[in-house]
Design a protein around this ligand. Structure first.
Ligand SMILES: Cc1ncc(C[n+]2csc(CCOP(=O)(O)OP(=O)(O)O)c2C)c(N)n1
Length: 343
């Protein structure tokens, strides 16, 4: 980007400037993708439930941006953005949402359970919180094999009341595993508000009980999230043991597209929309001397093109053939299992 070079000339390295603009692009792409998916859902083109993460883009962007390609991520049902930041092709992601042959699970599932191991993204199950023990398990593998990778497990404040979440954190604390737990506290678990969910102020306080650090950050402040995530991920990668990041945020839409969210008032939604992560980050970029109006136009143009291509690819892709229904259900048997009598 020529503009980035101009700003870079002042003080920072060009690489950092490019990175900060890339963060902006990801947030904008996720927002545009989410909005398009909500529209496609109303047109009956999406298979299964749609759980919009609109309003929470700064969390997934800020946490996933500092990761390396081999790091492992277990997203929650609202984290479509994780796939985009990890580099999953938007067309394949859209095809997944439409249940097409070209989707991540080749049409065998909706978005919810479609992971992409090529990009080290785990496909979650419906049981809330159950992916955290999986993230801890991936971290245990990294530790045993002395691999310099980290695992990241996302969860909601609702899931934080589940047993698996505590078991995963306790195990990770005891073994000092290279795992980062990220709570997306959006104040509602379906219709259950925060004060009916937990008797303490912050999910992050629980980390102390498992022997590691817990941090609270505004999940609508991309800069704050990314700066904290960079430090935490570095420490965890260097063997410092697990840490917990709690991001205070808000979801704009209902729990899913079929939920009108009548349990919360309009004023509350408005208040949170006034703290939207996108204009907040634009303000930062502007103060750094970027021509934000121009960058916004360029990026809107780019995301429009990416989305158009993704939707076209997904719509033109075939549905899977019925005879493929039983393919890819089980991992191939290990080569030596018959020989050593453990078949
Ligand atoms: C063990 C379990 N209980 C209930 C549900 C139904 N359910 C699905 S999502 C959800 C709310 C989750 O809230 P939270 O963990 O805060 O994440 P959010 O949806 O707010 O992002 C509920 C109750 C479930 N999937 N699994």
């Amino acid at each position: 980007m020529a503009h980035a070079e101009t700003v870079a000339a002042s003080s920072e390295t060009g690489q950092r400037v490019e990175y900060e603009l890339q963060l902006y692009y990801w947030m904008k792409l996720i927002r545009a993708f989410e909005e398009r998916v909500s529209r496609l859902h109303r047109q009956n083109k999406i298979l299964g439930g749609v759980y919009s993460g609109a309003g929470q883009e700064a969390v997934v962007t800020g946490v996933c941006a500092p990761l390396r390609p081999g790091d492992f991520v277990a997203p929650l049902h609202r984290d479509l953005g994780v796939f985009l930041v990890r580099g999953v092709d938007p067309g394949r992601l859209m095809a997944q949402l439409m249940g097409k042959e070209t989707g991540l699970s080749r049409g065998k599932d909706s978005f919810l359970h479609g992971g992409d191991l090529e990009h080290h993204v785990f496909g979650s199950t419906s049981m809330l919180g159950s992916s955290l023990p999986v993230a801890a398990g991936a971290a245990l593998k990294f530790q045993i094999k002395k691999e310099a990778q980290v695992a990241v497990g996302f969860f909601g404040e609702g899931a934080s009341s589940r047993g698996d979440v505590h078991e995963a954190m306790n195990f990770a604390g005891v073994r000092k595993l290279p795992v980062v737990f990220v709570c997306e506290n959006n104040r509602y678990a379906y219709s259950t508000p925060l004060d009916k969910q937990m008797a303490i102020e912050n999910v992050a306080e629980r980390a102390a009980a498992y022997g590691f650090k817990g941090h609270v950050v505004s999940g609508n402040d991309l800069l704050a999230v990314v700066q904290l995530a960079e430090k935490v991920i570095r420490r965890v990668r260097e063997g410092g043991g697990p840490e917990l990041i709690e991001c205070k945020t808000y979801r704009y839409r209902g729990h899913s597209e079929h939920d009108a969210a009548l349990y919360r008032d309009k004023e509350e939604l408005l208040e949170w929309q006034s703290r939207d992560p996108i204009p907040r980050y634009e303000f930062y970029l502007e103060k750094k001397g970027h021509d934000v109006k121009r960058i916004r136009e360029e990026i809107d143009e780019r995301t429009r093109a990416v989305l158009q291509q993704a939707v076209e690819f997904a719509e033109q892709s075939p549905m899977p053939a019925p005879e493929e229904a039983l393919e890819d259900l089980y991992a191939p048997a290990p080569m030596n299992s018959a020989r050593d009598g453990r078949a």
